[in-house]
Design a protein around this ligand. Structure first.
Ligand code: ZN
Length: 272
């Protein structure tokens, strides 16, 4: 089945997906999934030294290099840092890329995160997945992609630091064992060389790989794996309710028990 899987990682900025879900994406690539990486912005504010146009160019090259490590395509939707808005113009772009990729599985930021660009990207992605089948929604593209035939499975990563902006723990419900791909995740993150100095200066993050290992260890403790990435699946009305990540990755996925709106317990992969 994995041969036919197309997976879309749709994030606000270059390097977000490497921090949050590159281990899982690498596992999907190893199972034959076609991966597509998309960022809303090119990361034009991510430098204390280079002007916006220059750092944008550098960061897109870094993102392309990372994508190549898992045979993914990379594209940028051309928005600006701190200016990712939920508006008609941006939604059309996000809808067009979702239809063009025609994914079975989409991963994006969680609805609540430390940065509004992330939250807005999450909402745009949710609407694009929900509405991608609606034939009457026109993206205005010169050669528009066809509407989808099914709503894709939508997953949210953890927020950075696994906490919302009020400090409340944001606990994942689906965990993926990334022991086999942690080193590749770190190499993908290392492609974003320009960001090491920036994160040191702007967010006092001195060691990107240390952050990644800490997040993977914390998700591991919550799930019983050594190293893990955590997700929540969007289970709102109209979205698929089965866990496609578990169907593809099998024993590498553990999930907390889930309830249907009617109060019945959904099967976890461990029960099958
Ligand atoms: Zn970001």
């Amino acid at each position: 089945m994995a041969q036919a899987i197309s997976a879309l990682a749709l994030f606000a900025h270059p390097d977000d997906l490497e921090f949050l879900c590159a281990g899982t994406l690498a596992l999907l690539a190893d199972r034959g999934a076609k991966l597509h990486f998309v960022t809303l912005t090119s990361g034009d504010l991510g430098s204390t030294l280079l002007p916006a146009a220059k750092i944008s160019h550098v960061r897109q090259k870094e993102a392309e290099r990372s994508a190549r490590m898992v045979h993914a395509t990379y594209s940028c939707l051309g928005e600006k840092d701190l200016c990712v808005f939920y508006d008609r113009r941006t939604l059309r772009k996000v809808m067009e890329i979702v239809r063009r990729v025609s994914p079975s599985l989409v991963i994006t930021h969680p609805p609540a995160d430390y940065m509004v660009d992330h939250e807005t990207t999450s909402r745009l992605t949710q609407t694009a997945c929900f509405g991608a089948m609606a034939r009457n929604y026109r993206t205005g593209a010169r050669r528009p992609a066809r509407p989808l035939r099914a709503v894709p499975h939508l997953y949210y990563t953890e927020p950075f630091g696994s906490r919302d902006i009020l400090g409340k723990e944001a606990r994942s419900a689906v965990f993926v064992d990334i022991a086999a791909t942690l080193a590749r995740k770190e190499r993908m993150l290392a492609c974003h060389e320009s960001q090491q100095a920036w994160l040191r200066a702007q967010q006092r993050v001195s060691d990107n790989c240390g952050v990644v290992r800490q997040m993977a260890a914390t998700a591991g403790q919550q799930s019983g794996f050594q190293w893990a990435e955590g997700f929540r699946q969007h289970l709102g009305q109209g979205f698929p309710q089965d866990n496609l990540l578990a169907a593809i990755l099998g024993d590498l996925v553990r999930e907390e028990r889930r309830m249907t709106p009617g109060g019945d317990e959904l099967q976890s992969p461990r029960d099958r």
